[in-house]
Write a protein that binds this ligand. Sequence first.
Ligand code: HEM
Length: 424
Amino acid sequence: MTIPAHIAESVVDPKAYADWDRSHEAFAWLRKNAPLDVAEIEGFDPFWVVSKHADIQAIERQNDLFHNEDRSATLTNIETDKKVREMMGGSPNLLRSLVQMDNPDHMQYRRLTQAWFMPQNLRKLEDRIREIARGFIDKMADKNGECDFARDVAFLYPLHVIMEVLGVPEIDEPRMLKLTQELFGAQDPEVNRSGQEISDADTGLANIQATVADFFTYFMEMTEDRRRNPREDLGSVIANGEVYGKPLGHLEAMSYYIIAATAGHDTTSNTTAGALWALAENQDQFRKLKEDLSLIPSMVEESIRWETPVKHFMRTATDDTEVHGKKIRKGDWLFLAYPSGNRDEDVFDDPYSFRIDRSPNKHVAFGYGAHVCLGQHLGRMEMRILWEELLPRLKSVELAGKPTRVKANFVSGPKSIPIRYEMN
Ligand code: HEM
């Protein structure tokens, strides 16, 4: 069977992710009635929607059988795919960063920064990240008990952390803020570069292209600077790294900076904002956390499951195979629905409840297998530090208006969360 049109639309439509209930209802329907089936939507090549946790993991585990590079690694309509291939000499991806590579290249390029992202190396950043967190919390305390937590704290704090990590100077904050907003918010007229409403299926290619072009020069200068004056930062690791015995080219270095700057920003911002929203709506969980701050790491893990900021990645089958009893043909395209895997009733008790002490919590929000999130330890660490600093000072918090979400079907989360609070 193919998936009914209205359900398939909800999987694709950026507005459904802004609605949240609409996309979760569609995924719940899929898990129950069509756990692995084909979506046929006008303007798109058909693709399988993978809605069960076990199937997402099984596909991600078989890295040679399910590739990232053969077709676009994110959901793209036929028109966009054609334009990108024309521009990129046949390649379906606008950038060739880690998420758009397969082995042997993927392993070689990932190895370049893998040790840098390990917890033992990240420890050296802890004090500086704590200082950044305190700065935002002090500003929150100065706001007379009302702020927009998404805009004033959650969106900026991880941006400052990733700028510190890459070695981007503070003066470039407005420019870096635009980078993520314009790339991941390309489908949302309130966030994207053109300020224009775009059709439901559009991936916002024109907006993305213009933003990438802007950053090419910026990161090229950074590469040259770090080659002349290497520092301790990740920017220097990328600029001076060698793959197959040769330094990275400018385009390769820029793709590496862009994946680190964007993947390291919006994902953590959305999760942080989603956590506060969930705590404000679940006062019993807020009180429980206040009484026992040792629950912060498990609250962070639950907020990653709860928000699941990366809504999908695509894979392409490299051979005929079978998943969930379905025959997958060589060349078939598959949509890994992470938010659906993270509400799977076969894996999580009471999956629609936000439980700060959920254990085990084997969510798939960081993906799985060879491409599993490289920045997961950094993301966890910076969120833990923010809550360790904020919770002892936050006496009460409640919603002061209706939160809104970004319209985007790839990476998305809260856009605005008006709150009222008391702080020490
Ligand atoms: C890859 C989620 C934070 C850097 C990914 C993937 C997901 C993800 C789903 C793809 C995994 C797959 O295909 O199996 C998240 C979430 C985060 C987060 C939910 C925070 C809550 C970060 C941070 C960084 C980062 C802080 C730091 C720079 C990356 C990179 C990749 C990646 C470089 C590509 C890895 C590869 O393809 O080998 N992330 N991420 N992420 N993430 Fe994260």
